[in-house]
Design a protein around this ligand. Structure first.
Ligand code: FVH
Length: 292
């Protein structure tokens, strides 16, 4: 099945994510050429109608939009540098998790070779691609984004953040920071309650409800931070927070577990209190991150 509404696409990299992306394209009938450094990862895709080729250069020739989804920034350069001439005049979408500065560097490299560049941050795991809840954040060339938007929407919701090629990664990495900090807290909580014989599964059921309830307060924190005024009426000031965190650290120590996931955050609160901001709103902790 071929869908001529979508231009041909090339996917460079058939790891878990690249395979999921290529499969979503093929399920919609998009002409899809795939390449992977090591062989053997294309079986399902070839069965689904993808064209698998032996070199990245040959793969690039098959697509109007070239999607690169490799391990990291270094592997992207290792793959693309030797085929820059083949990419000239093409549209390149980087979905590899590269840092904002690395995405900007790649954009500069692409421009120098006459390649239009779009960067993306995937807010999904491979199983979610093409399904409800999958979201990809884009920045860089709006021309590339607009031209291929219907094709990109086959992967998940597609949102364009602006012409700065590092912006999508900046959003992506900021959201991942929230995620990993939450997981760190969950692991510490599971270890703490686990010391009392509670299973991690039982804890998870209650913790997920608690996280969802607490997430409701994020917009209010956002408003306080954006106002820069931490002196208004606050439900939780920094002295109160320090007292709570000190007790949490003590409880971890009493249970014989490390409080490391919490410790970095507690240190920031300690510094704010030591600097005389004890009566300020808890949200003032962000100023410690900014070095204020
Ligand atoms: N998997 C996920 O949940 C996340 C979701 C958010 C976005 N990430 C990022 O996507 C990039 C690829 O991730 P992946 O899941 O496909 O990763 P792997 O399954 O480990 O596949 C890695 C592919 O990269 C190829 N590769 C590695 N080094 C090189 C190199 N020097 N030259 C050429 N290709 C290279 C590797 O090839 P091979 O080992 O099979 O030969 C795989 O195709 C990543 O940035 C995530 O952070 C996924």
């Amino acid at each position: 099945m071929t869908n001529t509404q979508h231009g041909p696409v090339t996917v460079l990299g058939l790891g878990a994510m690249g395979s999921a992306l290529a499969l979503a394209f093929r399920k919609a009938g998009v002409v899809t050429t795939v390449w992977n450094r090591s062989p053997g990862k294309d079986t399902e895709l070839v069965a689904a109608g993808a064209v698998s080729v032996a070199t990245a250069g040959a793969a690039v020739r098959g697509g109007e939009l070239v999607v690169v989804v490799l391990l990291d920034h270094a592997s992207v350069h290792e793959t693309l540098d030797p085929i820059a001439a083949e990419l000239t005049g093409k549209q390149l979408l980087n979905l590899t998790s590269t840092s904002p500065e690395q995405s900007r560097e790649l954009a500069g490299w692409a421009t120098a070779h006459g390649i239009e560049f779009l960067d993306g941050g995937i807010m999904a795991v491979p199983a979610m691609i093409g399904a409800e809840g999958s979201s990809i954040l884009y920045s860089g060339s709006e021309t590339v984004f607009t031209a291929h938007r219907p094709t990109l929407e086959l992967l998940g919701s597609a949102e364009f953040f602006g012409s700065d090629p590092g912006l999508a990664a900046q959003w992506d990495f900021s959201l991942l920071t929230v995620m990993y900090t939450m997981f760190g807290g969950f692991f510490q909580g599971a270890a703490l309650v686990g010391a009392a014989g509670v299973s991690a599964s039982e804890f998870a059921a209650r913790a997920s409800n608690w996280v969802a309830a607490m997430a409701q307060s994020l917009p209010a924190f956002g408003r306080i931070i954006d106002s820069g005024d931490y002196t208004g009426e606050v439900s939780q000031d920094l002295v109160f927070t320090k007292t709570a965190l000190d007790t949490l650290r003590q409880s971890a120590s009493d249970a014989g577990i490390t409080a490391e996931p919490l410790a970095g955050f507690a240190d920031l609160v300690d510094h704010q209190v030591a600097d005389g901001h004890g009566s300020a709103a808890f949200a003032r902790t962000i100023e410690a991150l900014r070095g204020n």
